[in-house]
Write a protein that binds this ligand. Sequence first.
Ligand SMILES: Cc1cc2nc3c(=O)[nH]c(=O)nc-3n(C[C@H](O)[C@H](O)[C@H](O)COP(=O)(O)O)c2cc1C
Length: 329
Amino acid sequence: MLTFGNITLKHGLFLAPLAGYTDRAFRTVCRALGAEFQTTEMVSSRALCYHDKKTPLLARIDQEELPASVQIFGSEPSFMAEAAAMVAEGMAGGAVPSAVDINMGCPVKKIVSAGDGSALLRKPELAFDIVKAVKRAISLPVTVKIRVGFGKEDRGVGIPAFAKALEEAGASLLAVHGRTRADMYSGEVDLASIAAVKSAVSIPVVGNGDIKCAADAVTMLRETGCDGVMIGRGAIGNPFIFAQIAAALEGRAYTPPTLREKMVVALWQLRLAASEKGEYTAVVESRKQFAAYTSGVRGASALRGRMNAITTIAEAEALCRELLQNSEA
Ligand SMILES: Cc1cc2nc3c(=O)[nH]c(=O)nc-3n(C[C@H](O)[C@H](O)[C@H](O)COP(=O)(O)O)c2cc1C
């Protein structure tokens, strides 16, 4: 059980924020299939403060999604506080989120060179000031997503003290991706550094990085002592992973989805996205999702070219039917 604020999660199964993937449709599907908590993709505090028109939609969470948080990024405490106050009221007609999450992990050059995301790992005082400012601005729990260091050389070195100071600044939960900024998304996940963070703080710690199946989640929990797990890429095309992990943690047998079940879920996700973004945008964006849902499926690679060219839901449905027929032939 994992508790922070007034939120209690049975196993602490988090869907990671993934820009370009974890839209409301995908979050809804993951929740229905066992994710216990989810976060929007990162939303620019500056864009919110400057009243950019499109940004509030990225920060919108629906009532049915709760518990869920909005993730903001930036490096000016005043903008971060103002943006947090805005999202804490619910954006674009959406619900009040359960928490506000601060991004201190993004490794992308454009973000880091602006001093945002993982750049804050190198500016501890500023990072703590941001947490304090956000905490003062809202009454919701403040959570922070970090990596285990910036450069390869500081992997795990200063991160326990950094995490402890985040807690003292007011953070209620930390999600820790077991890589440094320099690692980007490759190389081994450093479980020892996540364990060191867990030992340093008394707030819940959620372990993140390369959890692709239930066994990976069990290893993360066992090796780090963390309170929950956060799954990103492992959920793309496989939102069933949350149920698989829950079954493993409860000692129950797990039956993987059939191809038909996968197709039903993929099309459901597509229809949800279409109702929000319009059919064309949703279908174009869904191509990468379909590729993931059908990865490793017999006959899927032959259809890949057509999958990458679909523009309507009808075409997506026809492809799914064809795939099912081919696989059953
Ligand atoms: C395409 C993509 C987009 C991402 N977007 C975000 C984001 O908006 N905010 C964030 O904190 N992390 C983001 N991440 C990092 C993930 O949340 C996660 O920490 C990382 O992918 C490691 O976990 P995984 O191996 O389970 O995917 C992103 C990662 C990827 C691959």
